[in-house]
Design a protein around this ligand. Structure first.
Ligand code: NDP
Length: 245
């Protein structure tokens, strides 16, 4: 029998197969939570994570609102309800705005922003019924300050912050908190287009002298989801090593 700060809590994490999402799944299950996670392509990684943690994987394309709806309903059914939703799945794309084609723009919005709307819309009614719930949305420092050559990504991540603040006001009276974690530069597959030299210079530009780890972000998510986050809503917490101050 597992013990821990999240024993008995039912958690859904989107984009749980790799990177930051996988670490969030591990940290919650380590603390006794019952976890389901959504993912798209990384079948082997998802199966391994499920075996290692006991979390239940659901494959879907979060860029397709109907598929997302199906998967969220299956995931909630499998864990018997919802206490904590972590909207983590995301994709990035780097190019000049004038070189971005319509499909890339549409995909950025669908996966990073529309999926947050769909997951919240489906799970909020049960949170309201029980008079409690925690929603943590993963944004980015680029949603706070903007990044050259990442206009689409910056726009959707700023959208996640706007949605978070508005929803926090809407759901506060129902006992539900809604917050954002806006990571700095975190060493995951999302960074694989950066060479080692670029990563080193990003670390040098960071006052704390290193890139972030998935665990740095997972710990912020667990804080907001736990007792320490009880009186925090509509906020953006940015674990970024001082990269953005
Ligand atoms: P990764 O690329 O390592 O992982 C992305 C995750 O999202 C995977 O589990 C992937 O599943 C899932 N995913 C992507 N598209 C879909 C989709 N259409 N349907 C379902 N699942 C999908 O990213 P990170 O872990 O680095 O990023 C996690 C979050 O943190 C993202 O929202 C990202 O924007 C944000 N972030 C990351 C930063 C970084 O430096 N790494 C900085 C700031 C924010 P699968 O592999 O199974 O397809």
């Amino acid at each position: 029998m597992k013990d821990g700060a999240f024993l008995g809590k039912r958690v859904i994490v989107t984009g749980g197969s790799r990177g930051i999402g996988a670490e969030i799944v591990r940290c919650f299950t380590d603390e006794g939570a019952t976890v389901a996670f959504l993912y798209r392509n990384s079948v082997e990684a998802a199966d391994q994570l499920a075996k290692a943690t006991g979390a239940i994987p659901f494959q879907c394309d979060l860029g397709d609102p109907y598929d997302a709806e199906r998967a969220i309903q299956e995931a909630e059914g499998a864990i018997g309800g919802i206490d904590i939703l972590v909207n983590n799945a995301g994709i990035a794309h780097s190019c000049l705005l004038q070189d971005m084609n319509q499909k890339v723009w549409d995909d950025l919005i669908a996966v990073n922003l529309t999926s947050v709307f769909v997951c919240c819309r489906l799970l909020i009614p049960d949170m309201i019924r029980q008079g409690s719930g925690r929603i943590v949305n993963i944004s980015s420092i680029w949603g706070m300050v903007g990044a050259s050559c990442e206009t689409g990504y910056s726009a959707v991540k700023a959208g996640v912050i706007g949605l978070t603040k508005a929803l926090a006001k809407e759901l506060g009276p129902s006992g539900i908190t809604v917050n954002c974690v806006a990571p700095g530069v975190i060493d995951t597959d999302m960074m694989k287009e950066y060479d080692e030299e670029t990563k080193r210079s990003l670390a040098d530009e960071t006052p704390l002298g290193r890139l972030g780890t998935p665990r740095d972000i997972a710990q912020a998510v667990l804080f907001l989801s736990g007792e320490g986050g009880s009186f925090i809503t509509g906020q953006v917490i940015s674990p970024n090593g001082g990269f953005v101050i």
